[in-house]
Design a protein around this ligand. Structure first.
Ligand SMILES: C[S@@+](CC[C@H](N)C(=O)[O-])C[C@H]1O[C@@H](n2cnc3c(N)ncnc32)[C@H](O)[C@@H]1O
Length: 221
């Protein structure tokens, strides 16, 4: 169980245990999902200035961290778990990368520090009641106008409503519509700049790949 679990346990514990088991048993299909690897290139199109500082939320085995480092950025990568691949990435990239283990909403990250954040497959596993707190925590870490690159489960055809699924181990996977994605981000003071729907290897399912910018709260987004 997660020793850092706070007031919102036990879902924290469920999530930690579910991911720990999937990585341990090699059931982390997302680490090999081509659709997810298209998110960072979308972000890099808009992060023109090299030498930016990017937060990789739920970095997993680190594929996006490595791509961002190779593109000339510094990366702070976080995850609930420490993955074995982190050692080699630290060794290769030295001071340009920092890894932190913990829940993104609980880590003591400095405010307004990052030019961009990547959330590749993390938000859609959180407790839906905590999406506002989660997005507020992410937004706090971004400098004004900072970018959020987000991938969310979806379906190949846009549906009228999203769907919440629960695996046998209790882990939530939520499928989003494009409409509710824009709405959720707007309510959290992010403006959606780009949104693409990319089919997954699983028939009928897709990812929404989104790039959004943190807006001024006074804009009433
Ligand atoms: C579907 S995996 C994606 C991993 C990686 N982003 C990738 O593209 O391969 C989601 C990751 O987010 C981590 N995670 C889930 N909830 C988290 C949270 N609240 N804070 C930090 N990491 C979290 C999990 O441990 C897992 O490694």
């Amino acid at each position: 169980m997660n020793p850092a679990a706070g007031a919102h346990a036990p879902y924290d514990d469920i999530l930690h245990a579910a991911f720990e088991r999937r990585y341990r048993e090699g059931e982390d299909s997302w680490s090999r999902e081509p659709a997810m690897r298209r998110l960072v290139p979308l972000l890099l199109e808009r992060l023109a200035r090299p030498g930016g500082h990017v937060l990789d939320i739920g970095a997993g085995r680190g594929p996006d961290t490595v791509e961002l480092l190779a593109a000339g950025h510094r990366v702070t990568a976080t995850d609930l778990l420490r993955l074995p691949e982190w050692d080699a990435i630290e060794h290769r990239w030295g001071e340009r990368v920092a890894f932190l283990r913990g829940d993104i909403t609980e880590l003591p990250l400095p405010p307004a520090r990052f030019d961009a954040a990547v959330d590749n497959g993390v938000l859609h596993h959180q407790d839906p009641a905590r999406y506002p707190a989660y997005l507020a925590a992410v937004r706090r870490t971004l400098r004004p106008g900072g970018l959020l690159a987000l991938s969310l489960f979806s379906t190949v055809e846009e549906r009228p409503d999203g769907v919440v699924n629960r695996a046998d181990d209790g882990r939530i996977s939520r499928w989003f519509t494009a409409h509710e994605t824009r709405q959720l981000l707007g309510e959290a003071h992010f403006e959606t700049l780009a949104l693409e729907r990319i089919p997954r290897r699983l028939e009928g399912l897709a990812y929404l790949l989104v790039v959004a910018a943190a807006t001024d709260e006074k804009d009433g987004q």
